[in-house]
Each structure stands twice: as C-alpha cells, then as structure tokens.
Design a binder for this molecule. Structure first.
Ligand SMILES: Cc1cc2nc3c(=O)[nH]c(=O)nc-3n(C[C@H](O)[C@H](O)[C@H](O)COP(=O)(O)OP(=O)(O)OC[C@H]3O[C@@H](n4cnc5c(N)ncnc54)[C@H](O)[C@@H]3O)c2cc1C
Length: 540
C-alpha cells in the first residue's frame, strides 16, 4: 500500500502509548475541556475476550496476540539462554495481559527513592496517589486504601481450594498469613487481591477511559506506531508515526510530548529521536540531539524461578479430556455469573517472605499458580498441575536497553544482565530453598505429584545454582531505563522532564530509579496520577 502523509494535526498534549501510564494521563489531562489531548497506541482494541476474561491471559502472554513478545539477548547468567519479555501491544498495554495482582511494594522502597535524591517521591508523598487511584471492592477500609478511585480492586471470584495446601504449608514453615499485602505490614502469605470488577479484568482502559468517550478534547489513535519525536532546537514539537493502514502522520504538540511507551518503548523512542548515548547513536547514523549517556541504562527486573509439579486434580488447571468436555459448562458459568475457572488469574495466592533473619523487610515474593506453568505458558504439557514462583524482590544486577538499528520497526536489544551480581544468585538460592520447604512440607503429602523437571537436593548448592540458571526468567517487571533523579546524569528530573530537551517528559515504569518490592502495575498508575498533578501545577 502506498504511504500517504497527514501533517495538520495538533493537540496540547501528545501521549505515546496507551498502557497504564498513558491511559491515566489521557483521562486526567482531558478532564479540563480546554485542554486537547491525543493518545497514540501501536496496538488495537482491548475489547476482546482474551483481555476482558481474566483467564484469557493464557492466550496472550505466550503468543503474539496483543503482545510485543520481545526476547532478550542471550543471558550469560542464565547459561546463555534468551529470556522472554511479553509486553502488551493493545489498548491498556500490559495491564491488558497481566496477572492482575494488586500490589504496591514496600513503603521503604519509595523512601529509598527520596533518600537517593527523588525529593517528593517518598512513601508519604506517593500514598495519596495510590489511594486516589484505588476503588477497593475487597472490603478493606482503612487509612491506606481508597474506595472511590477508578482502578477496581477485588477479592477473587472463585479461587481454587487447592491454594489452601500452599497457605497452610507456608504457615507451618513459619510465615504468617495476611489478608492484605498492601497493609501496614507486607509480610505474609494469602490470596492476591486482583484488578478486576465482578470477574472482569479492570485494565487501564476500563479504569480510566470508561466515561471519556464523549470528550471531544480527547482523540485516540490506535494501530499507530510512533517512530520518533520531532525535536527542533532542543524543543519537542510533535511525533512522527505510521499507521497499519500505511499512512504516515505527523502530530504536533502545542505544549508537550509525553512518552508512556513502557520500560522498553520509551528509551527506544528517545534514542530513535537522537536523545541518548552519543557513541551508540552515532554508530547507527542517528543525529545526536542530546548526549544523554544514561538513556536505556539501569534496567532492573524481577528474576523468578518456577518450581512446577504435575498432579491431576480437578481443582487445578491443565488440559485433560475431562477439562475439554467440561469447557462448555465452565464457559456458561462465566458467561452468566462471571465466576468459575475463567475468572481466575492463575496466580491466585502468594506471599512476601524474608529468607534471612536479619532482614528488615521481605526479600522474596511467591506466586502460587494453580496450573502446571512452564516457560511462560509457551511449553504446554498434557495434564494438570501446580507451580510456585519464587522471585528476588530487590536485584542488584543492572542491564540495558539499546537500539538494534535506526529502523523503528525493529525491536530494541534488551539485556537484563540477570545474575550479573552474585548477591542476586544468593537470594535466588535462598528463595528456592524457602519455596521447596513449603512444597516439601507434610501438608502436600497427599498431593505432591511429580516434579516437571528433576529438582536439586537442598544441600547441593552447585546443583541449585545450575537449576536456577537453567530455569529462571523474568516475572515481568522491567523498570528504570529512563531513571528519574536529581543528579545531572538522570534521564528525567523530579517532574519527569527529559533533561536536555524542552517540552518532553517520560511518564511510565521506566522512570523508577530502583525497582520496588512487588508487582509494578499499581505503582505505574500512581506515577502517572502524580505526574498528571505535576503537569497541571505547571500550567497554573
Ligand atoms: C505477563 C505480565 C504479567 C504481569 N502481571 C502483573 C501483575 O499481576 N500485577 C502487576 O501489578 N503488574 C503486573 N505486570 C506488570 C505491569 O503490567 C506493568 O508494570 C505495567 O503495565 C507497566 O505500565 P507502562 O505504562 O509503563 O507500560 P506498558 O504497560 O508496557 O504500556 C506501554 C504501551 O505503549 C505502547 N507502545 C510502545 N511503543 C510504542 C510506539 N512506538 N508507538 C505507539 N505505542 C507504543 C505499547 O503498545 C503499550 O500499550 C505484568 C506484566 C506482564 C507483561
């Protein structure tokens, strides 16, 4: 198809990426009828069952459906394997394919941001934005929670009773139980609260864009890939994009361009636009507008290992003849009542634990999955099972995102550099032992099943290390690649303005200076809620 070009579009704010951050910003900034906003998204509509039905993630996370499905470069720390990095390519971004666990992290994570120089981002500073965004339907009503916010947080509709084995075993191992991972104390095991309303996924579109359809000052461009930011005299003027129809568009920003393209997309776009490490850009023939050596650096992610057991029990997921025959009734139950297995996020219970006595907060997160998870769901096995994810909450390893080419159609080079710091391996070894202590406890005696792959003995450090290097990978929380800071090297300042270019901000998970100890969707929404206030304050 021959490309055509349109250039006469202009808006006050042009937001790139309709993930959690982009949707929050589009909704909040367009609350003012005198402010025009464009929201640009590479993916398409989120109104498919794959997105709305919680269990639909089984059809998106392992595939290219609504998913960029990135790979990492080979990881030395993972015995040369390439990691997998699913990311939502759809309205709602990764909030349309994620596991919906509602977790904010530990209060001290944000106090650490402030201590590192991010004044205004301490726990006390960010808590009001968590509360503002939250619409708690789980019956938790205290000073830490919000009931009136757009992001609906619920108890699960129909968690499997099989979770009770995990919960009882963990308590027997000495961990306490909790009904709120976002309470005064994060420690403990329990059921996850989920970003759902009445058994339907509450992605960022449902939470923030529902009700904005009648706003004439908000324009949404789907299936539109942004190729670069147009920058003249170090001032962002707009963006250049291509639509799947073959049309090229330039959209101008009267006030600001905001990148909310996520931890891989935002640094990629900065570099494609000439903002990044000079030598790297020059080597690819990209004219350098601002030599910003830290763009794409500081990548941090939660490394996770999945311990999987095969065990046939109808309280668990997995393909069996009976499950296939029963699917019609499972479907009817969900269709009419929004309950049953289709309302499951699979990671139904879990916990935050300390694997050493001298720690002041949990260092490991657990997700207990009522399915025989393996290789992000990309390797399927016949039969049912269960699995325990163990992940290192505060990694020391730092990776990078860089460009493979100056062609915006090509994926960036993603290098999480997993296990490059030995302290991360030590935490993962302790996490593995803690996970095995739970799974090997007496509580599981009658439902132990069979290990999916041979598991190393608990006293064999070398074998545990190899098992971890052969089986670990992301649990989907990349951050930090457009680091916020008050130091001159940071990519964005404390108001999330890109240093070296006027009229340009990055607002998404990539601005986190350090990874928080928990899942990252609610923290990203908090960041965007706070940033929307900063943008509005700048105007007044
Ligand atoms: C499989 C999975 C499971 C997860 N589970 C959980 C969980 O249970 N709980 C939790 O809290 N967090 C979870 N997360 C993490 C959470 O979803 C992310 O932290 C969050 O979505 C990050 O939001 P973001 O706005 O920074 O980026 P994203 O969600 O990645 O959104 C970025 C958007 O920008 C678009 N975009 C990128 N480049 C371009 C371009 N060039 N042009 C136009 N558009 C572009 C993308 O298509 C996307 O829509 C999970 C993530 C994944 C992938």
């Amino acid at each position: 198809m021959k490309a055509t070009t349109l250039t006469n579009l202009s808006f006050d704010y042009v937001i790139v990426g309709a993930g959690p951050a982009g949707c929050v910003l589009a909704a909040r900034l367009s609350e003012d009828a005198n402010t025009s906003v464009a929201l640009i998204e590479a993916g398409g509509s989120d109104t498919t069952n794959w997105v709305t039905m919680p269990a639909g993630l089984i059809g998106t996370v392992p595939t290219k459906r609504h998913n960029w499905a990135f790979e990492t470069v080979p990881q030395v720390g993972l015995n040369g394997r390439k990691g997998y990095q699913p990311r939502g390519k759809v309205m709602g971004g990764s909030s349309s394919i994620n596991a919906m666990c509602y977790v904010r992290g530990h209060a001290s994570d944000y106090d650490a941001w402030a201590a590192e120089g991010c004044t205004g981002w301490s726990w006390n500073d960010v808590l009001p934005y968590f509360i503002k965004s939250e619409g708690n339907l789980a019956g938790i009503d205290n000073h830490l929670h919000g009931k009136k916010g757009p992001l609906k947080v619920s108890k699960q509709q129909s968690p499997s009773s099989f979770n009770e084995y995990f919960l009882k075993a963990a308590v027997q191992c000495g961990f306490n139980s909790t009904d709120d991972f976002n309470g005064d104390m994060q420690d403990g095991v329990g059921y996850y609260h989920v970003m759902q309303e009445n058994g339907v996924r509450c992605n960022a579109v449902k939470a923030y864009l529902t009700g904005t359809e009648s706003r004439t000052n908000l324009s949404i461009f789907k299936n539109t890939n942004v190729n670069r930011v147009v920058i003249e005299n170090n001032q962002a003027k707009g963006i250049e994009c291509s639509q799947t129809s073959g049309q090229s568009i330039t959209i101008l920003a009267n006030r600001e361009v905001i990148l909310s393209a996520g931890a891989f997309g935002s640094p990629q776009l900065l570099m494609l636009s000439g903002v990044g490490p000079k030598e790297h850009l020059s080597a690819l023939g990209i004219p350098v507008i601002a030599d910003r050596s830290h763009v794409g650096k500081n990548l941090q992610d939660h490394l996770d290992c999945l311990i999987t057991r095969r065990y046939n029990d109808d309280r668990l997921f997995g393909p069996t003849l009976k499950a296939i025959f029963n699917f019609r009734s499972v479907w009817q139950e969900y269709k009419h009542k929004k309950t049953g297995k289709i309302a499951s996020n699979f990671s139904e219970s879990g916990g935050f634990i300390r694997t050493k006595a001298d720690l002041d907060k949990p260092d490991v997160q657990l997700h207990f999955v009522v399915a025989p998870g393996d290789n992000h769901g990309r390797t399927r096995h016949w039969g049912q099972g269960y699995a325990l994810h163990v992940c290192n909450l505060r990694p020391y390893s730092r990776g990078t995102v860089s460009l493979a080419s100056s062609d915006p159609a090509l994926a960036p080079l993603i290098d999480p550099n997993f296990l490059s710091d030995d302290r991360d391996l030590q935490t993962m070894v302790r996490a593995y032992r803690a996970g095995q202590a739970i799974l090997q406890s007496e509580v599981f005696a009658d439902v132990r099943g069979k290990a999916l792959v041979k598991e190393p003995a608990l006293d064999d450090d070398a074998a545990i290390e190899q098992y971890l290097r052969n089986r670990s990978d992301t649990i989907y929380h990349p951050v930090g690649t457009c680091r916020m800071g008050s130091d001159a090297d940071s990519v964005v300042d404390l108001q999330l303005r890109v240093r070296g270019v006027a009229g340009l901000r990055v607002i998404d998970a990539s601005i986190m200076p350090t990874l928080i100890g928990g899942n990252t969707n609610a923290p990203t929404i908090m960041i965007a809620e706070k940033a929307a206030d900063l943008l509005r304050q700048n105007l007044s």
